[in-house]
Design a protein around this ligand. Structure first.
Ligand code: GDP
Ligand code: MG
Length: 435
């Protein structure tokens, strides 16, 4: 516990930069995390190598370790890679045509229902669902049931075995019924197959969709990449829908697919209920894929709150044995600015559970803060000037007992003794200092 906290909070003497040595273990961890999340091995390696190269030489600010900074940089890169420019969803055109493609069982029909419901309730559109799965009569029934649930019309032709014709007829139907978006749910196969690809490609050529969404089951892991590649080569789709994220998959497929086909992930699906269509949040996905706790927030907080200049000044004061009550108060406030102490510790991977029931309250600081607040600026800057009569006044001023003030004075004195001792030691032997 202390060790981890130590590396999270200190590095007061920090002049560290990211180099091969101080992040070797972290890099290994990151790579393992990616592979565990089903990211293709080659992609995981390529990606981390690239990020490492970019990060080497980055200056590590106080309060975090080079490894933590590296995790943050990786997480940022991952977010950037998956998010990049804001993904647009094009529903202009009358009717706007959206083609849904993917393997059987990937979640196309469920997603079609979700999308229709979303466009109807959130975008004020009037959608028409089209059943273009001509092989399984049950597929038509499934879409009809979904349509009924959300109050959206479904177009189907049970006797017609020409998916292209059905799609074209559906457009006519949409026009005559004033539907402004049509969602074409196509047939899938269990594996990539020429007949399926040709059929979808033919529909694409015939109806010229504004959007072609490739639906992929996030639980299929590494296979997802090959499937995405095959579909993209034939269809040049406009976006990816990642489904079944409510499962326990870490979602590495999101990274692999984005890396391989360079198409935006436009939606995610996490459940069979039709009333939620989830927007894709690259930052959350990055975090999920890495599965390394909320290091990013910890690092960000440390970065934003710890002022490097101030740390240098403080270091100088400690060196010269001039650390006083004002410095102490400022340090306390810094820690408090970083958030609730318990929350802060909870962000360290593995710590959250361990401290769930432990009472770490910020109140512990309150008494100390009150006492320092009752000191005059002169007293704060000159701890040795605080005579018993001054202590009496301080105790009265903050509503504490004289004994509390005495105890605090003693603690503070011990702290200063420690600092003195540390200053006498050669750098390498300092307790708690790496390097
Ligand atoms: P299609 O063959 O591509 O049309 O896939 P379906 O939409 O019929 O979905 C296949 C199965 O996966 C069905 O049992 C769905 O209920 C289920 N399913 C679809 N999307 C999700 C999802 O986001 N989460 C979960 N848990 N199940 C899903
Ligand atoms: Mg289906």
């Amino acid at each position: 516990l202390t060790e981890r906290l130590e590396s999270a909070f200190k590095n007061l003497k920090g002049e560290a930069r990211i180099n091969d040595l101080n992040i070797a273990n972290t890099l290994k961890d990151i790579r393992r995390a990616l592979i565990d999340a089903d990211v293709n091995y080659k992609i995981a390696k390529e990606f981390t190598d690239k990020v490492k190269e970019k990060a080497t030489g980055s200056k590590v600010i106080n309060a975090i370790s080079p490894g933590q900074l590296m995790v943050k940089i990786v997480q940022d890169e991952l977010t950037e890679l998956m998010g990049g420019e804001e993904a647009q969803f094009n529903i202009t055109g009358n009717p706007a045509i959206i083609l849904i493609a993917g393997l059987q069982g990937s979640g196309k029909t469920t997603f079609s229902g979700k999308l229709a419901n979303y466009l109807k309730t959130k975008k004020g559109k009037s959608p028409l669902l089209v059943a273009a799965d001509i092989y399984r009569p049950a597929a038509i029934d499934q879409l009809m049931v979904l349509g009924e649930q959300i109050g959206v019309d479904v177009y189907s032709e049970r006797e017609n075995k020409d998916a292209v014709a059905i799609a074209q007829n559906a457009i006519k139907e949409a026009k005559s019924k004033n539907k402004n978006v049509i969602i074409i749910d196509t047939a899938g196969r269990l594996a990539v197959d020429e007949v399926m690809m040709t059929e979808v490609a033919n529909i694409k050529d015939a109806v010229k969709p504004q959007e072609i969404l490739f639906v992929v089951d996030s639980m299929t892991g590494q296979d997802a990449v090959n499937t995405a590649k095959a579909f993209n080569e034939r269809l040049d789709f406009s976006g990816v829908v990642l489904t079944k994220l409510d499962g326990d998959t870490r979602g590495g497929a999101a990274l692999s697919i984005k890396y391989t086909v360079e198409k935006p992930i436009k939606f995610v699906s996490s459940g069979e209920k039709l009333d939620t269509l989830d927007v894709f949040y690259p930052d959350r996905m990055a975090q999920r894929i890495l599965g390394m706790g909320d290091i990013t927030s910890l690092v960000e907080k440390a970065q934003s709150q710890f002022d490097e200049e101030q740390a240098k000044k403080l270091e100088k004061k400690i060196r010269k044995n001039q650390f006083d009550f004002q410095d102490f108060l400022e340090q306390l406030q810094q820690i408090k600015k970083m958030g609730n102490l318990k929350d802060l510790m909870g962000m360290i991977p593995g710590m959250g559970k361990a401290i769930k029931d432990v009472d770490i309250s910020d109140d512990a600081f309150k008494g100390v803060e009150a006492m320092i607040s009752s000191m005059t600026p002169y007293e704060r800057a000159n701890p040795d000037s605080i005579t018993p009569s001054r202590r009496q006044r301080i105790a009265k001023g903050c509503g504490k007992e004289m004994a509390d003030v005495n105890a605090f004075m003693k603690q503070f004195d011990q702290m200063r003794q420690m600092m003195k001792m540390m200053n006498k030691m050669p750098m390498g032997k300092m307790p708690g200092m790496r390097r």
